[in-house]
Write a protein that binds this ligand. Structure first.
Ligand SMILES: [Zn+2]
Length: 238
């Protein structure tokens, strides 16, 4: 549902305007290449319409489309969930349970519980998202860096920028975390909180990053040529 944030209401209606469309979306998210029985890997199934279960033709195991999702065992239909998530994601002022109950024609208590679950889920997902694989880390300074210095020791506000990349070196997820100072303690704290152990941390050779190798990360120093260093004094990568 991440893309919901950038969709217009009309686009959303086109993609999620009926229960069937919402089911098809979940189906595609879960089994992109078609149903696979989680017990025996068989690909043929019967769909039990009333109970919304997939029954494997080979081993008869029943699998729910919503297993492992926020919607599992909910009495509300998927369309209501999807629309509530769309509305919550789109309202920067914070949508109230009352307005949700009016727009989605739900009673207040149901809308209240729905809103609370969606907010908890959003918060959890954001807070728990851990970068992994190859992660470039660097400090960022708000305001112009002072000339002739490498940036460390400045009194500007500081943050750690961590960017995970896929095997083709394309950016995947960016996290910016404000820190007190670029100390070993602060860099270790942020890394432990937001980067999965075993990930490869690519950074400059500063001692604060080298220390990460001692707590289960792979540290790979970035190599800079002299002229790059001079030309990039205003960017993140020094
Ligand atoms: Zn099976």
């Amino acid at each position: 549902m991440a893309k919901a944030q950038s969709m217009s209401l009309m686009e959303f209606e086109k993609s999620f305007g009926s229960e069937e469309k919402c089911e098809a979306y979940l189906m595609q998210k879960r089994w992109n290449d078609g149903f696979i029985c989680p017990h025996c890997q068989h690909s043929e199934y019967y769909y039990l319409q009333t109970r919304k279960l997939f029954e494997c033709k080979s081993c008869q195991a029943q699998t729910s489309l919503t297993a492992g999702t926020l919607f599992h065992k909910s009495k509300l239909n998927l369309k209501t969930w999807f629309w509530a998530m769309f509305l919550v994601a789109h309202d920067k002022r914070g949508r109230s349970a009352l307005s949700l109950s009016v727009v989605l024609e739900l009673n207040y208590r149901t809308a209240f519980r729905l809103l609370r679950k969606i907010r908890e889920d959003m918060k959890e997902r954001d807070a728990n998202y851990m970068l992994s694989g190859t992660v470039e880390m660097d400090e960022a300074y708000f305001g112009a860096p002072r000339k002739g210095k490498d940036g460390r020791g400045t009194d500007k506000a500081q943050a750690i920028v961590a960017l995970s990349k896929d095997e083709f070196n394309h950016p995947l997820f960016l996290r910016i975390e404000v820190i007190e100072a670029a100390t070993i303690e602060e860099i270790t704290r942020v890394t432990k909180q937001y980067v999965k152990p075993g990930s490869k941390i690519v950074s400059d050779g500063h001692a604060s990053y080298k220390a990460l190798a001692k707590i289960g990360y792979i540290h790979e120093p970035k190599v800079y040529y002299k002229e790059d260093k001079e030309n990039s004094s205003n960017s993140y990568t020094r």
